[in-house]
Design a protein around this ligand. Structure first.
Ligand code: BGC
Length: 993
């Protein structure tokens, strides 16, 4: 429902310049923090009947934050935290407890009306009892505070378990508190004399806020600094540094017939005051970690000279100009901004990119890094934890090599399989791509390295990328590419966003007021800085006013260093306000402060190759997609004695993509197959030294495993005929700056595969490609694995998959088309290295609009070769008992998944929404889960739909709106393979911003 005040607020919010300085923090420490803690265990609190009353009370209290324990997420009850947050207009964060086999998911949640600076969770003692804790770092009037929540059942858990939980919790708090006052709101359900509570008190700096007893029918609602507990305690606040108790009151206590305690599940509202910081350095107030990043950055800006400010606004090419020396202080990488030592501002050292830390041309002799599997491989795992782990691997290695910015976070949608950079992206669906890339960004930044999110926006083709205009309507853009960015931003909170080369509806990405100011900074409230792509800047004041904050390597790639002299003149002449200049600098500094990089600058040290290798091998094992497996050809039986391995340089390694993201040096050495054309930019063609042949031989020492390159087809066929099984490796190289001319495997690989299949019916094909390729030989080949670009542990992981030591669980993040004729643009001028026609000046993305990939196929009634979401396993999964719960924009589907095969394996049940007849988009992915089940095991799964995928974007009101109507919720194995479905009636609603 529209209200005048709602519209007025919106109008004000949107009219507010993107560069308005943050509200000044109160100088005196009169800051208070009010927190409600509440155990929601529903039958105790009588949640279903009392929730409206609870919301009413919470509205009146208007606390800064709410800590919820025992939040329930199961099929009878939609997510309470999400519901409550929506009612109150708060942001929320859920730390889940996911006990294997449990039908119910309990967790802890934190809700807040304050800006969230960081959010994370930890699983405490994963071995038996699954308990979690969550943390939010909040900006409370310019102060940074940590609020932790947990729920530990210490009366039930055994002593050793308690001790481990406690240690985990304390160590985590120690690591994450990072100089800011910290409050732990918990429900400990422990006897008051439990030694762990005493330990917790001392672990938290031996200070203690408030406690409440329940079981002994006593309550203490005063914030009592003396520990004087009743026999049993439940809600407790512990605090480290600077919180002074002010008041506390019991809430929602449910009286029994006699008016006394009927339940130990109640709430508490407590208020704390921040005591002055003892450690703050009056000369350098920005070093106070207990201040919020915006405040610290603003203090730094105040202390800077105009020259120092301009120094921050443009980076140098970190590899030197025209082959000349590196800029003084640069480590050797894509970008460099000198330090301002006077103020303790470290140099910005910017390294590429999204599949590992690069070392272009071995500019840093001896430096190497873990080469990750390509973006689609990670996306194909559909496993958020693996995306995070991959990001954390890159972030850690960046930090260990001295970098504080990683140019990662590529989330452009795959609109065309010929896009040369698809291997850097995460597929065609905005939800999948946004979530997986968001997790990867979060992983990078967990290592105190700023990550970018790029290339903003619509950089979906490389052909003519520096000049062409990507033309698309606002609504369609928001419901496709921009949604991926929006979700990745929300999850990953990248410090920086890189604007793209291309024009969007005629305007360059790096001077796009609508995209940078209106959408990114105002609508999405992005607090960080926008950096340009290398060579993406065409103006000074225009770009600065449109929202660009930092020009990248302009002295090499742009016509001018616009953000130096030209911008100085513009500021001096008043074209660009000084406030905007300060905003640019503040945004940059804020990113380093918020990620912890400012306080914990990188320190060069050897990287952890073992940890890196293990993390990325798991990605290949879960991201490789078993496309076809006739007659259970795979896994290959261990009894085989003669295997022929053919082609793809499988004796040496696995292929990787070219361009700025290429990781050329790894623990196993440099390029395994040097000299393949092109050997210069965007080459060289890279083979990571991880040989599938060697890995297979190691795994099967008693078998004879021979290799033929396939150059001589007759010789290879002879080998194939004499073998019990044949594995053909086929590769497709792809690179930044150039698109593929078609979807054919290059060279004579199709003929080679066909010849092998003819020679031996047990022929398996392993594809190492940018994405979908034509497979004219498919009917002759019983088994096909898509391994994308599998990175430095590709060989080992593929051997394990082929032999059944790992069970494939990858699902396609893209539609596997049959033919380019099925694409929205079957022919695009300018594709390939030597294009027959020059690139066009426009790409019309309105042809498909928001219907990228499977949505296009559904809208046009096209039949893919393999649908988005498709992927086989060596076991089988059955689904049963689908039910759905709807509450406003909260839609939760619950169902049973059973492993009905003979092997342990992981499944990816997918939830799709079929929209009402006549809707512009026929189908959307709205959620998924990934779970591992033992043979015969059944688990009930609940998937919460992402609200934005239920809604349409309304460009006039700039909001997401769910249209009332009759929808259908489909539980699928892929976008086209429905296992069950239920009708779904949705009411009209506008999603909160
Ligand atoms: C690419 C970016 C990359 C930058 C720095 C550009 O050509 O588009 O993705 O981060 O170069 O190397």
């Amino acid at each position: 429902m529209k209200t005048f005040s709602g519209l007025l607020c919106l109008a004000l919010a949107l009219a507010w310049p993107a560069f308005a300085a943050p509200a000044p923090a109160t100088a005196k420490d009169t800051t208070t923090l009010s927190v409600v803690t509440l155990n929601l265990y529903h039958d105790k609190l009588d949640w279903p009947n009392r929730r409206t009353q609870i919301v009413q009370t919470l509205r009146e209290l208007h606390p800064d934050a709410i800590a919820l324990e025992e939040v329930l997420q199961h099929d009878k009850l939609p997510n309470q935290a999400q519901w409550l947050a929506e009612q109150l207009g708060y942001d929320w964060y859920f730390a889940s407890v996911d006990t294997p086999g449990a039908a119910q998911r309990y967790g802890n949640a934190l809700l807040t009306r304050r800006p969230i600076l960081a959010r994370e969770q930890i699983r405490l003692n994963p071995l038996d009892d699954s308990r979690t804790a969550g943390r939010l770092r909040l900006d409370v009037d310019g102060h940074a505070v940590n609020l932790y929540v947990t729920h530990l059942h210490w009366t039930q858990a055994g002593g050793a378990l308690r001790e481990r939980q406690l240690q985990d919790l304390l160590a985590w708090v120690e690591k994450t508190a990072d100089g800011a006052p910290s409050l732990l709101a918990g429900d400990f359900n422990a006897s008051a004399d439990a030694p762990e509570l005493a330990a917790l008190r001392s672990g938290f700096g031996d200070s203690y806020g408030s406690l409440h007893g329940a079981k002994d029918r006593r309550a203490d609602s005063t914030l009592n600094p003396k520990f004087n507990p009743p026999k049993r305690i439940d809600h407790v606040f512990f605090q480290r540094e600077r919180f002074e108790p002010v008041s506390s009151r019991i809430l929602f206590q449910k009286p029994d017939a006699n008016g006394v305690w009927a339940s130990d599940h109640f709430g508490l509202v407590s208020t704390f005051r921040l005591a002055p910081s003892a450690t703050a350095d009056a000369q350098r107030p920005w070093t106070d970690r207990a201040l919020a990043p915006d405040r610290r950055a603003a203090l730094l800006v105040q202390a800077m000279t105009q020259d120092e400010k301009f120094q921050m606004l443009h980076s140098y090419f970190g590899l030197g100009k025209d082959g000349g020396p590196l800029p003084p202080g640069a480590l050797g990488s894509a970008g460099f901004v000198p330090a301002i030592e006077r103020l303790g501002i470290a140099a910005q050292q910017l390294a590429d990119a999204g599949v590992g830390v690069t070392n272009p041309g071995n500019v840093r002799p001896g430096d190497h890094a873990t080469a990750l599997p390509s973006g689609p491989a990670t996306a194909a795992t559909w496993n958020r934890d693996l995306a995070f782990a991959g990001g954390a691997t890159m972030g850690r290695e960046a930090w260990q090599q001295g970098f504080n910015v990683l140019l990662a976070g590529s989330v452009n949608l795959q609109r065309d399989p010929r896009n040369g950079r698809n291997f850097e992206y995460a597929g065609e669906d905005p939800l999948l791509a946004g979530v997986m890339v968001g997790e990867s960004i979060r992983g990078v930044q967990s290592q105190r390295v700023v990550s970018t999110m790029k290339h903003f926006a619509m950089n979906d083709l490389e052909t003519g990328r520096n000049t062409h205009s990507a033309d698309i309507g606002e609504q369609a853009m928001h419901e496709s590419d921009l949604l991926a960015f929006e979700l990745a931003l929300k999850i990953g909170e990248p410090g920086s966003v890189m604007c793209s080369y291309n024009r969007i509806n005629g305007i360059y990405g790096c001077e796009h007021d609508y995209l940078l100011n209106k959408v990114l900074k105002q609508e999405w409230k992005f607090p960080g800085y926008v950096m340009s792509d290398w060579g993406g800047v065409h103006s000074g004041s225009k770009a600065a006013l449109a929202g660009l904050d930092q020009q990248s390597a302009g002295e090499v790639f742009d016509k001018a260093v616009y953000f130096d002299q030209p911008l100085r003149l513009a500021v001096a002449g008043g074209t660009v306000p000084q406030a905007r200049l300060d905003d640019m600098v503040r945004r940059i500094l804020r990113a380093f402060i918020a990620t912890g990089s400012f306080d914990h600058p990188p320190q060069r040290q050897p990287i952890d190759d073992v940890a890196g290798g293990a993390a990325v091998q798991k990605v290949v094992e879960e991201g490789t997609v078993l496309l076809r497996n006739e007659r259970d050809t795979l896994p290959l039986p261990r009894t085989l004695r003669r295997i022929a391995v053919i082609g793809g340089h499988a004796d040496k390694g696995v292929i990787g993509g070219g361009g700025s993201s290429m990781v050329g040096f790894t623990v196993n050495g440099a390029n395994a197959v040097p000299g393949l054309a092109p050997t210069t930019w965007p080459g060289p063609v890279m083979f990571h030294p991880s040989s599938p042949l060697q890995a297979l031989r190691k795994a099967m020492p008693d078998a004879q495993i021979d290799y033929a390159s396939g150059d001589d087809v007759a010789a290879a066929a002879k080998l194939a005929r004499g073998a019990e099984a044949v594995i053909v490796f086929a590769t497709q190289w792809s690179a930044e700056s150039v698109d593929l001319p078609d979807i054919k495997l290059p060279g004579k690989q199709d003929a080679l595969i066909a010849a092998m299949a003819k020679a031996n019916p047990r022929t398996v094909v392993v594809l190492e490609t940018n994405g979908p390729v034509a497979m004219p030989w498919l009917q002759q080949v019983p088994a096909v694995l898509e391994a994308w670009y599998p990175g430095i542990r590709g060989g080992e992981a593929l051997a394990r998959l082929l032999l059944g030591e790992a069970n494939p669980s990858g699902r396609l993040p893209v539609t596997w088309l049959r033919d380019v004729a099925q694409l929205p643009r079957p022919s695009i001028p300018g594709l390939g290295f030597k294009p027959a026609q020059p690139a066009g000046s426009n790409v019309d993305y309105d042809i498909e609009g928001a219907n990228v990939g499977y949505r296009w196929f559904a809208a046009r009634g096209l039949d893919p070769l393999y649908a988005f979401g498709h992927g086989l396993s060596y076991t089988r999964f059955d689904y049963a008992n689908l039910s759905v719960q709807v509450d406003g924009s909260t839609v939760i589907a619950s169902f049973d998944v059973r492993n009905s095969g003979e092997r342990e394996g992981a499944d990816v049940p997918q939830l799709y929404l079929r929209l009402p007849q006549g809707h512009h988009t026929p189908i959307r992915l709205v959620g998924w889960d990934k779970l591992t089940l033992k043979p015969g095991e059944t688990r009930r799964v609940s998937i919460v739909a992402e609200p934005k995928t239920l809604a349409d974007y309304d460009p006039a009101q700039r909001q997401w709106r769910i249209a009332a109507g009759d929808y259908e919720l489909v539980l699928g194995r892929s976008a086209t393979q429905a296992a069950a479905s239920v009708p779904l009636r949705l009411q009209e609603s506008v999603l909160p911003r």
